[in-house]
Ligand binder design. Structure first.
Ligand SMILES: C[S@@+](CC[C@H](N)C(=O)[O-])C[C@H]1O[C@@H](n2cnc3c(N)ncnc32)[C@H](O)[C@@H]1O
Length: 252
């Protein structure tokens, strides 16, 4: 399956947080860090640094890791004092037991081998440390995303690349994580009416991996279908309903 080169979208990526800052995710991460008295915190797939920025506190040592140089350069402009490592999740170049909390947000579906990453994270966490995995629940029964109705092949590709959260939980148990909890940390629930949809930041080709992975022709064809729907009915509704879930497990 093709994967997205995040260097190509790095400049535009952070715009999503102007439309949708998802404060519930930041709150959940801060609560988790406090509950685990985490001082050494690693974000894997940190991208442009949205969540590390929210976790900044004098008593915490934050580290970001991402394979994309373009995303890390963006993160550096926001967090000049945070060390960043260019590497992949499956081969963490970090000492055993060197972190109290490792987390990732919207990254698991990009990993060639998520099981290898979960084992690598366990090695890098100290005893009692926590691993938090957050992402959209694309398999939730009430999941709705208008993009699927207009852009061919996007739904099928997502079904193949997003593991189910029950599966992720099973991987964590196998790797030795305990006391695993799952909760919804943010709900996106928005409906655009007619032309308003063109103001949706997630409709831009560089805003999501779903659209960025399409050819230019396939992307334009999807936009043309949206325009046709609005021509037929100027009050066409374009709905999104997505849950962001967070699984947390503790190293036994
Ligand atoms: C959807 S973005 C999420 C960025 C950030 N976590 C956020 O929520 O804003 C996915 C990120 O995963 C990174 N990524 C892709 N493959 C990866 C891998 N094998 N290991 C670690 N990160 C990876 C990408 O470079 C990109 O920055």
């Amino acid at each position: 399956m093709s994967s997205l080169d995040y260097d190509r979208v790095a400049d535009a990526y952070h715009r999503r947080y102007a439309q949708s800052p998802m404060p519930g995710v930041a709150r959940a991460l801060n609560d988790l860090a406090e509950a685990h008295a985490a001082r050494r915190i690693l974000e894997v797939g940190c991208g442009t640094g949205r969540w590390l920025e929210a976790l900044q506190a004098p008593h915490r040592k934050l580290v970001g890791l991402d394979p994309s140089r373009g995303m890390l350069l963006q993160a550096r402009t926001r967090l000049p004092h945070v060390p960043f490592i260019q590497a992949v999740a499956e081969a963490l170049p970090l000492a055993p037991a060197s972190f109290d909390l490792i987390f990732l947000v919207q990254v698991l579906h990009h990993l060639a081998d998520p099981v290898q990453f979960i084992h690598a994270a366990r090695r890098v966490l100290n005893a009692g440390g926590a691993l938090a995995l957050a992402g959209i629940d694309f398999h939730a029964p009430d999941f709705v995303w208008y993009i699927y109705n207009y852009f061919e092949g996007v739904r099928a590709r997502d079904e193949a690349r997003y593991p189910r959260w029950e599966q992720v939980r099973a991987w964590m148990v196998e790797a030795g994580f305990e006391q695993i909890t799952t909760r919804v940390v943010h709900v996106t629930d928005v409906t655009f009416v007619g032309e308003e949809v063109f103001g949706d930041v997630f409709l831009s080709k560089s805003a999501t991996s779903q659209l960025a992975l399409l050819s230019d022709e396939a992307y334009e064809a999807g936009l043309a279908r949206i325009r046709a729907a609005i021509t037929a009915d100027p009050l066409s509704l374009f709905q999104t309903h997505m849950d962001m879930v967070m699984l947390v497990g503790r190293c036994g």
